[in-house]
Ligand binder design. Structure first.
Ligand code: OSB
Ligand code: MG
Length: 369
């Protein structure tokens, strides 16, 4: 297959509720949708970058630049033999995993449509439905967060993750545990602490958390290994795992007991699958994380989470938890048991609503063809 045309769309979509983490609050999600064309078929991907470099160094501007000026030209006239790690063509570009992932997803979708298989089938997924959870941001008042936990539990989510940061941590978790003694609960610090906070973080051991996600620096493994030796709560890494190799090293270094796999963060669906495979061999449980994706990135995440090693509920929630109107039809829905059905149709398995993309697009450019 040759990619005949590649288009980028910069979207800005209003969130139904603001989302606050230790690095800031957002009320809109900016993202890049990738549209790839070949042989009369269209494939879709998403580079779920943000407007600002808070979670990672990649932003809409850097990903646009890297895709337009380096990655897309590399694909010109190239025959891609089969669905696989397209990101391998991109090894001449250091880093920028989200830019690479967006293109790899779109090409995987193209192959899936050509072969009339679902994304899940293309990746080797085995689940018909995936167990899922929700990620709740920092609020102005603890009462507001308790209300949102209440609502999410009633909607059936199988576990609830709350964001923490210094001064919004132990007391908040204690308040949630008091109201919901047996709720499957975890906390995500988004790199807000240092090893000097170990004694404070150890207080979280009293609350039976499933895990604490990324307590320390975004590119650290050594201090996470030290911290894990000092606390009982299992450490899950997110920001620290920027590639398959990072994941392998983290396991060897005992820097974590769980890994949050995000295909955008590790460079694409095939690197994500490889990481899932090594974690299965090493008995490290994994779950599928998210980056507030539109329905397009969300469909890719659902397919990834259908692989057998994704045993823990992830951060793939219903479209309505983020959007008034999603860019796919039907929207992603969570059933009463806290599961999402894995679509069986070819490719994404959802219809992309091009007029919605147009409505939320700030910019569109053909970067190949
Ligand atoms: O750390 O997992 C994270 C959202 C944006 C950036 C980082 C993170 C998150 C989430 C929400 O926790 C995941 C989602 O619901 O898509
Ligand atoms: Mg996280």
């Amino acid at each position: 297959m040759k990619i005949e045309r590649l288009d980028l769309l910069h979207l800005k979509m209003p969130l139904v509720h603001h989302f606050e983490t230790s690095f800031g609050r957002v009320s809109d999600k900016e993202t890049i949708i990738v549209r790839a064309e070949s042989g009369g078929l269209v494939g879709w991907g998403e580079a779920p970058v943000a407007a600002s470099p808070g979670y990672s160094y990649e932003t809409v501007q850097t990903a646009w630049h890297v895709m337009r000026d380096f990655l897309a030209p590399r694909l010109k006239g190239v025959e891609i033999a089969r669905a696989g790690p397209i990101a391998e063509f991109f090894s001449f570009v250091r880093g920028h995993p989200m830019a690479k992932a967006g293109i790899e997803m779109a090409i995987l979708d193209l192959f899936a449509r050509q072969e009339r298989k679902s994304l899940s089938a293309m990746l080797g997924g085995t689940r018909l439905a995936i167990p899922t959870g929700v990620s709740l941001g920092i609020e102005d008042r603890v009462e507001d967060l308790l209300g949102r936990v209440d609502q999410a539990a009633a909607q059936g989510y199988q576990r609830i993750k709350v964001k923490i940061r210094p001064r919004w941590d132990v007391d908040v978790i204690a308040a949630i545990r008091k109201r919901f003694p047996s709720l499957p609960l975890m906390a995500d610090a988004n790199a807000a602490y240092s090893l000097a906070d170990a004694a404070h973080l150890r207080k979280l051991d009293d609350f039976n958390l499933m895990m604490i996600e990324q307590p320390l620096d975004h590119d650290d493994l050594l201090d996470h290994a030290r911290l894990q030796a000092m606390i009982r709560t299992p450490i899950c890494l997110d920001e620290s795992i920027k590639s398959y190799e990072d994941g392998r090293r983290a396991i060897e270094a005992n820097a974590c007991k769980v890994i949050n796999i995000k295909q955008a963060r590790v460079g694409g669906p095939f690197a994500a699958k490889a990481l899932h495979n090594v974690c299965a061999v090493k008995n490290v449980p994994v779950w599928c994380g998210g980056l507030l994706e539109t329905g397009i990135g969300r469909a890719h995440n659902i397919a990834l989470a259908s692989l057998p090693g994704f045993t823990l509920p992830g951060d793939i929630s219903a479209s309505s938890r983020y959007w008034q109107e999603d860019v796919i039809d039907p929207p992603v829905e969570v059933g009463a048991g806290g599961t999402i059905a894995v679509p069986r149709g070819p490719g994404l398995g959802y219809t992309v609503l091009e007029e919605r993309l147009q409505k939320y697009a700030l910019r569109r450019e053909t970067v190949l063809g």
